[in-house]
Design a binder for this molecule. Structure first.
Ligand SMILES: [Mg+2]
Length: 372
């Protein structure tokens, strides 16, 4: 019997200029091809605040995220500044993660941030012609389904995959072979700052000792790093310099709920024109949904009402609000309106249901809560 030992393949997917791309490709296609900055109005160079994200066209002018908007304006007065709506970014992010679940072994997706994730594809690559064609397919599927560009790094573990992604952006695919010698060779010329966890402070400290590349760390006796990084930090960094990362790819917390719904079947079919007898039921259903939203600290944008008549014909009607809310009165009022607009007066009602979807975390629940 043949025993095929399976190689481990991890992909790191990073969206290209995410916020700016959402503005260009999803919110306002007229912005495609233009230098776009997400951030405060620069008020002709007198505005305050920083650029949150810059499209690649804006980057061509030297604009970078984190730069004061006034400076960005000076670099490119024709740049389009948009304030952005965070709920659009969350919606896009959810769709992306949904696509990745389709590709990951056992739906194992680790969401690293709003626009970044790791997936394990060790099994999936078998029968896909290898990791590179699979990466291309994932990149294309994300593009087709969400309209957004991304770059992908492929390697035998998360740390190397993440470094690989950064090598070639936008729309890049970078594959690092499994062989440990080749991994070390790939990493050697790179700046220490590519390692996730090496910030500006540590990089400066290493720089003072003349260490700037991962190759230098590979060649250094690990004990030489002790005074700079501490024993634990030194061992960690040496592993990273060689591309060693034994962390298992754990699936990130339970996937965000897509919807919450409740319905009620009446003991006896009721007259659909009698709003009063229905109002109490609808109000009660909405209250229960609202409690669940509170418990999960979620807001909703879409309300759907399901109406089933005594002959079992069922209709569903939805309304999407301009902004997400968690207000019970809005939920209840919208549900009632939908019902009034869509009921058939001469029919008897068997069941009424309400669903909220397009769920968003409440502001402040994200690590990016300081976004605007
Ligand atoms: Mg990104």
């Amino acid at each position: 019997m043949w025993v095929v030992s399976m190689s481990r393949w991890v992909m790191h997917i990073d969206m290209d200029a995410f916020y700016a791309s959402v503005e260009q490709y999803r919110v306002n296609p007229e912005l495609c091809g233009l230098p776009v900055c997400v951030g405060h109005d620069p008020k002709e160079g007198r505005g305050r605040g920083v650029v949150r994200a810059a499209s690649y066209e804006a980057r061509d002018y030297g604009i970078r995220s984190g730069m004061p908007v006034a400076e960005a304006y000076r670099l490119c007065p024709d740049a389009v500044f948009v304030r952005g709506d965070f709920s659009n970014y969350i919606e896009a992010s959810d769709e992306i993660m949904g696509v990745l679940e389709e590709f990951a072994d056992d739906e194992r997706v680790r969401r690293a941030s709003i626009d970044e994730a790791y997936i394990d594809v060790s099994r999936r690559v078998v029968g896909c012609g290898g990791p590179e064609p699979l990466a291309k397919e994932i990149q294309q599927t994300i593009r087709d389904q969400t309209k957004l560009p991304c770059s992908i790094g492929v390697a035998s573990n998360m740390a190397v995959a993440k470094i690989a992604t950064g090598i070639n952006k936008p729309l890049g695919i970078t594959l690092v072979p499994q062989d440990s010698v080749l991994i070390a060779e790939f990493l050697a010329p790179l700046d220490v700052r590519v390692v996730n966890g090496i910030g500006r402070v540590t990089a400066r400290r290493l720089g003072k000792h003349g260490i700037t590349t991962l190759g230098q760390i590979q060649r250094l006796p690990v004990t030489d790093l002790y005074p700079i990084m501490g024993i634990k930090g030194a061992k960690w960094l040496r592993n990273r310099a060689y591309g060693i990362d034994t962390r298992p790819l754990k699936r990130s917390g339970p996937r965000r709920r897509k919807s919450i719904s409740k319905d009620r079947t009446f003991m006896e079919d009721i007259d659909s024109s009698s709003i009063t007898s229905l109002y109490g039921t609808l109000d009660d259903i909405c209250k229960r949904i609202w409690k669940k939203l509170q418990a999960k600290t979620l807001r909703f944008r879409t309300v759907t009402v399901k109406i089933r008549y005594s002959d079992f014909t069922t209709v569903q009607r939805s309304k999407t609000l301009k902004v997400g809310t968690d207000e019970r009165i809005v939920l209840c009022r919208t549900a009632l309106e939908l019902y009034k607009e869509n009921r058939l007066p001469d029919h008897r009602l068997r069941l009424i249901g309400v669903k909220v979807s397009n769920l968003l975390p409440k502001q402040g629940q994200l690590s990016l809560s300081d976004f605007f």
